[in-house]
Design a protein around this ligand. Structure first.
Ligand SMILES: Nc1ncnc2c1ncn2[C@@H]1O[C@H](COP(=O)(O)OP(=O)(O)O)[C@@H](O)[C@H]1O
Ligand SMILES: [Mg+2]
Length: 260
């Protein structure tokens, strides 16, 4: 039998096709095209306020495009109503930018939350899943601690355990290392790689942290002026001689745009 391309290339889990979105008076997304392959770690970079979080919300189905499609496997999210969205949401974990824990719940209850929310009532199973998730993020036996007793990095790891506990097919991370010191950020980078590999997840990581992008990404996509400007392996993007990419990668801040 002749080999078809699908014998060699992983299928796309997510496909954004011509996604446009205006918010307020601003056209934030202006025709985003991006394929995210099954099992890959896709990093999305771009300037602050450029629409990265908005893009993630489209993948989550929390925002709907004005034009274009967001495909999750063979389903166009824009065509689904809230009820039809439920099974897809169960396949997606999200680490929000300021991914707060519930301060009135223990670490264990925080991590257990998604399981309880989806109606899992087998207490023994919940406890063993919580223990497993906390172990993956290097916080074994911390179930009874309160969020207020943890450092910023530890809280981030608990949030990671909570997002991953139901072993979603897709994990979305919004600026997972922002506000963390480099050592803690490095541990979060390693955890994202570990989670992706051990749980066989597809990961989409929005970041402006180039160290993180290089360490975690199988590919990097750059969002620029509402479109995906380029997508390639980290080495290619980070060494790019394209002026737009180079300027961003080398960390020239938005403030210094004025002098160009
Ligand atoms: N719910 C909203 N209502 C109005 N404007 C929004 C909303 N969400 C985001 N925006 C605007 O869209 C632009 C892109 O935001 P965002 O995706 O958060 O940027 P990034 O994550 O790349 O920093 C910003 O100008 C922001 O103010
Ligand atoms: Mg953002």
């Amino acid at each position: 039998m002749p080999a078809s391309p699908s014998d060699h290339e992983p299928a796309n889990l997510i496909r954004l096709v011509g996604v446009e979105k205006s918010l307020g008076t601003q056209k934030v997304l202006r025709g985003v095209d991006l394929n995210i392959r099954e099992g890959e770690k896709m990093v999305i970079i771009g300037r602050s306020g450029g629409g990265k979080s908005v893009l993630l919300k489209h993948i989550l189905g929390l925002m709907r495009p004005d034009a274009g499609q967001v495909w999750f496997r063979d389903k166009d999210l824009a065509q689904l109503d809230e009820e039809q969205m439920v099974p897809l949401r169960k396949e997606t974990g999200m680490l929000f930018q300021n991914g707060a824990l519930f301060d009135s719940l223990t670490v264990g209850e925080n991590v257990a939350f998604p399981l309880r929310e989806r109606g899992n009532v087998d207490e023994k199973e919940i406890q063993s899943e919580v223990a497993r998730a906390l172990k993956i993020v290097d916080l074994p036996n911390q179930e009874l601690k309160w969020p207020s007793q943890l450092s910023g990095g530890m809280r981030k790891r608990v949030a990671l355990a909570r997002a991953a506990i139901a072993k979603p097919a897709l994990m979305l991370y919004d600026e997972p290392t922002s506000g963390l010191d480099p050592v803690v950020a490095d541990s979060i980078n390693k955890l994202m790689v570990r989670l992706g590999d051990e749980l066989n997840m597809t990961s989409v990581i929005v970041t402006h942290d180039m160290v993180s992008a290089r360490e975690v990404g199988d590919r990097i996509a750059m969002l620029y002026e509402g479109k995906i400007y380029c997508v390639d392996k980290p080495g290619v993007i980070l060494e790019s001689q394209d002026p737009v990419v180079k300027r961003f990668v080398n960390g020239i801040s938005d403030a210094s745009d004025a002098i160009f």
